[in-house]
Ligand binder design. Structure first.
Ligand SMILES: [Zn+2]
Length: 230
């Protein structure tokens, strides 16, 4: 962060002007190792900072071009100290490092769906395994489900060429079932038992243990989806 100076917004477009600190950070980002390399310099900077977020073969050239020339042209870096605290903690914390969220599961009284990519990238399926158990344990009156979709990594779950065939049906099905069940808050015996069963994740072979901030991020995404469709 100190490299950036006062301006914490990193311009990503190759043609954009930035300070010497910005250029140095982008150079370092391009040099960092990662799963997949790309011929697009903007993509190389972004994946150097975050890690690869999608498998390139899963997204169309048109979408890849749009992502790197129109969608992600600037990257605000000021959130990274917060992200660092979360990663170092191993669970979600507030910007001061306090455990302010997981101690209040009663605030998440809603159905949730977790979708992980089966071809691990950036995060592992175990993130959704843990988040799903957390919600089944603390909100047993709501439907909580999890799917691991083969061939996908992370953001390609939502932006992939075949997402509408392989991923979106899980979302539609979950919304339908949650709507059908309505406000029946009777705790599910099966879910309660599953939540307390800390056996191995059946999808464990897909990846190693990881931090579950991303699973919670996806949780909040689907909470939002659910609110929109409720
Ligand atoms: Zn790329």
């Amino acid at each position: 962060m100190a490299i950036l100076g006062k301006n914490k917004i990193l311009p990503l477009l190759e043609k954009s002007k930035g300070s010497s600190g910005h250029r140095l950070l982008k150079f370092i980002a391009r040099c960092l190792p990662r799963y997949e390399r790309c011929t697009c310099k903007e993509c190389e900077v972004l994946s150097g900072i975050f890690g690869n977020a999608f498998w390139h073969e899963n997204v169309s050239p048109a979408l890849h071009h749009w992502l790197n020339t129109e969608s992600a042209t600037k990257l605000p870096m000021s959130a990274f100290p917060h992200l660092r605290r979360i990663c170092n903690s191993g669970y979600i914390v507030d910007s001061n490092g306090n455990n302010s969220f997981l101690i209040h599961p009663e605030r998440m009284a809603i159905s949730t769906l977790y979708i992980s990519g089966g071809r691990s990238l950036l995060v592992t399926p175990e993130t959704s395994y843990l988040a799903n158990k957390y919600m089944k344990l603390h909100q047993p009156g709501f439907r909580h489900e999890r799917a691991v979709v083969d061939g996908f990594g992370h953001s390609d779950l939502l932006i992939g060429e075949k997402s509408h065939e392989k991923v979106f049906p899980h979302i539609i099905s979950h919304i339908r079932l949650a709507e059908q069940e309505g406000n029946d808050l009777t705790p599910r015996k099966k879910d309660s038992k599953e939540a307390l069963d800390w056996g191995d994740d059946p999808y464990r072979e897909y990846g190693d243990f990881g931090c579950w901030i991303f699973a919670l991020a996806i949780t909040f995404f689907f909470l939002l989806l659910h609110v929109l469709f409720w």
